[in-house]
Design a protein around this ligand. Structure first.
Ligand SMILES: N[C@@H](CCC(=O)N[C@@H](CS)C(=O)NCC(=O)O)C(=O)O
Length: 206
């Protein structure tokens, strides 16, 4: 197995925290996003999606989505369980992970990438250029403004995002909350349950 990643970026960080909790070590190569190495011909040969992280399995299968990598590695390294212990728990964890990716992480990415010189024509990751649409910044910020209070209300009654056990959904939320600083945003003061959860999650990750 070989992992291609770039430690400072949020999606790579999701996988790195998961691997840390499980004590997994994989042959790893950094792909320097600061020099756009993800767009080079050499990296396209490895991952035509031009994204990180990318996990190449021993049989050559390429995984480009963190949720797929979580799922594969959870089967190989079941302890500690991070994707639920029962079919119902697993379904809930995957649902939250998907919701957080689409509803929070993508919203932050949208607010980040649709303005500023660094992301001109790079509003979306991937092999094809995508022009910035300034309105997408507003929509991203609006989505963030909607989902944070929703998460706060949810965490008023739940120790962890997907119930009683820490899971990849908590990793995804923690990475997303930290990603907020990239757009100079933070959890609003009134979201006290979300703030308490953030302390718990950070302590759990050590
Ligand atoms: N759906 C992918 C998203 C991967 C992704 O978007 N990664 C970003 C780094 S956080 C990337 O590779 N960006 C490349 C670019 O901006 O050109 C996953 O779940 O891992």
């Amino acid at each position: 197995m070989k992992l291609y990643t770039y430690d400072p970026a949020p999606n790579p960080r999701r996988l790195a925290l998961f691997m840390k909790l499980k004590g997994i070590e994989i042959d790893t190569q950094q792909v320097d996003m600061m020099t756009a190495e993800q767009l080079t011909d050499a990296y396209r040969q490895i991952n035509p999606a031009c994204s990180v992280p990318a996990l190449v399995l021993d049989d050559g299968t390429l995984l480009t989505e963190v949720i797929g990598m979580y799922s594969y590695l959870e089967e190989l390294y079941p302890e500690p369980p991070l994707m639920g212990a029962t079919p119902g728990e697993r379904a809930l964890v995957i649902s939250w992970s998907h919701k957080l990716f689409c509803g929070l992480m993508m919203a932050i990415a949208s607010a980040l990438r649709n303005r500023g010189k660094s992301f001109v024509n790079r509003a979306l990751p991937g092999p094809l250029d995508t022009p910035q649409i300034p309105e997408m910044v507003e929509r991203g910020l609006m989505q963030i403004g909607h989902i944070l209070p929703e998460l706060d209300a949810h965490l008023a009654n739940s120790t962890w995002v997907a119930g009683d056990n820490f899971s990849v959904a908590d990793i995804d939320l923690l990475v997303s909350i930290d990603f907020l600083s990239w757009i100079k945003q933070a959890v609003p003061d009134e979201c006290t349950h979300l703030k308490d959860w953030y302390q718990r999650a950070n302590a759990h990750l050590g």
